[in-house]
Design a protein around this ligand. Sequence first.
Ligand code: ES4
Ligand code: ZN
Length: 331
Amino acid sequence: MGIVDFLRVMPKAELHVHIEGTLEPEMIMSKAEENGVKIPYRSVGGIRNAYRFNDLQSFLNIYYSGMSVLVDRDDFRDLALAYFKRAHQDGVRRAEVFFDPQAHLRRGVNLSDVILGLHDAAAWAMENLRMSIDYIMCLLRDLPEDDGISVLQEALKYRGGVGDGWIIGICLDSKEYGNPPSKFRNAYRIAVDNGLIPVAHAGEEAPAEYVWEAINVLNARRIDHGYHAFEDESLIKLIAEKGIPVNMCPLTTLRIKYFNSILDVPVKRALDAGIAVTINSDDPAYFGGYILDNYIAVYEGQGLRLIDMVKLAENSIRASFLKDSDKDRLL
Ligand code: ES4
Ligand code: ZN
């Protein structure tokens, strides 16, 4: 078996993927036509051409405009179905999938259509692909906390147990710099009081201080990205000692220009520090690769050994929110 097949068949969990970031240009074109939504592109090639990013905000502008073609329950189902089929080919057996309710509500889409469509797809993939799937709702951190609290309260009726294909967690995403975790302490208190698991994007573009806050103020059970944590030795020590997993997305960091080279993405550093680092795809339709492409990029780019790759896949299963007996079945 070649290395790529080896990486493909290892059972993996995908713990950091935005379902709206799996919207491929072909689906943007077909849904725009189906729903009569005007888009500023005439072809799939024209869309791909626009995917040149300088920083997080320039990516987010394109990402929010792309999702404008998603309108009804079937659109969200089709979007997620395409992702589950694609992830299944890469050996993903468990997925904890982000979505951005506020980005749809502010366009006039019904929350029930978003969540029921996503659940339809999860139910199909759990039945037919034998995947285990749940959702994590994200609050847009560049909007006020009160806005997040109101959508959270509306979304709580779609909370489910782990493995039910409903919402199990709360996250923060969108423009990080200037929107620290502490801005959302009340929202997280409500979420946790209602049984949601707290995680957060932190240290993606903003400094280590934001990672401290995600851990100390929000009690984040996992850190998403966390690159800037590596500027603070005491923080790295804490993350390793507490066993807080860090979900990295190597291709994202190159496309958004957080790092110039794959060598600079702190995957190996995290492994060496004893951190439960995982590899994920983030927004694969925008950053040029699904989870297997991300595994290949770090394997080739960082000179990792096969045993490191096995460790990364094992970390992903252990860092998932599955119960231990279900993790054991995948290990
Ligand atoms: C995102 Cl790469 C990234 N960072 C922050 N928020 C996001 N939402 C979708 N992709
Ligand atoms: Zn993300």
